[in-house]
Design a protein around this ligand. Structure first.
Ligand code: NCC
Length: 276
């Protein structure tokens, strides 16, 4: 049973505010080889809509959650960066439809982006932060992490891959939404991959279930389910406005406290929900 304090205006407001998800198109880009590398096929076709979608955070609270079976029942499963499934199936499942990667993962040698099987046979979406006021081509000349070489090499080696780049100004529209709905002042850094994933999927899914974005009773100071590293800033944010993102997710949630804080997921109806 949904908690009585769920306000459908939060859900519908979020759904309409984050509309306008955009990836770079060849025509946006002056860099000739990069422009040619962008696939003609869009990340999602107009008719690609899904019933249930699952977004799996990288949080350490997924360990010992036994949520893998439930996650794999979803029509679409979104994961982030280099988060593995192999060896963690019981807790995080094994299905992956799409991965969102930040540009560090595409560029830093430790992630082996060009050779790792983690990035093959699925949709890929990369983002890199621009300055709030930069034009697309100013940003492409001087990105935070220079992803161009590896993006082009990956597309050459995998010409059938569906690998797109988020339009950097869309990230700032999401930031505007978060700031407009947050009483406190937030730092001017783009939202995390997790919030981008929610915004991307709300128009495509009847329901978006988000696993361990609100830390459950398994709360730990560790960062990721696949590492022992201790770092609470992974959960509450230091660079990304993570705490503000999580409060907005919770405001739009329709699941009970038991499901959110004990089982470990919250649920947000998509645009096509009868609620809106
Ligand atoms: O940790 P990260 O995040 O890859 O996690 C993906 C998304 O899961 C949610 N999360 C993660 C950990 C945690 N304890 N609680 C959570 O809620 C967040 O919504 C997060 O977006 C990123 O967003 O891309 C990020 O990437 C890492 C890092 O680059 C990659 O893991 C690769 O190593 C960033 N960390 C650093 O740069 C040190 C992180 O700030 C953002």
């Amino acid at each position: 049973q949904a908690p009585s304090n769920v306000k459908s205006d939060w859900v519908c407001d979020m759904a309409s505010a984050v509309e306008g998800f955009r990836t770079l198109e060849s025509a946006d880009v002056e860099h000739r080889v990069l422009a040619q590398s962008i696939p003609d096929t869009p990340l999602f076709g107009d008719d690609e809509v899904f019933g249930t979608c699952a977004i799996i955070s990288n949080a350490a609270t997924l360990r010992n959650s036994n949520l893998g079976y439930l996650i794999d029942q979803h029509d679409l499963v979104l994961r982030f960066n280099n988060a593995p499934t192999k060896g963690y199936e019981k807790d995080v499942g094994s299905k992956t439809t799409i991965r969102i990667l930040n540009s560090q993962v595409v560029t830093k040698p430790q992630f082996q982006f060009l050779s790792s099987p983690l990035y093959k046979r699925l949709k890929l979406l990369m983002w890199d932060p621009s300055n709030y006021t930069s034009s697309v081509n100013e940003w492409i000349k001087n990105p935070e992490h220079n992803f161009k070489k590896n993006y082009i090499s990956f597309r050459e080696a995998n010409p059938r891959s569906n690998f797109h780049i988020v339009h950097p100004q869309y990230l700032w529209r999401l930031w505007d939404y978060i700031q407009d709905h947050t009483t406190a002042h937030i730092r001017r850094n783009p939202p995390s991959s997790g919030f981008l994933g929610l915004a991307m999927l709300l128009p495509r899914c009847s329901v978006v279930n988000m696993f361990e974005f609100i830390p459950s009773e398994r709360m730990t100071h560790r960062c990721h389910y696949y590492h022992e590293k201790v770092d609470v800033t992974c959960t509450f944010g230091i660079w990304h406005p993570l705490a503000a993102e999580k409060l907005l997710m919770l405001a739009a949630n329709t699941m009970t406290d038991q499901t959110v804080f004990h089982t470990g997921f919250l649920s947000i109806p998509g645009y096509k929900s009868p609620l809106c």
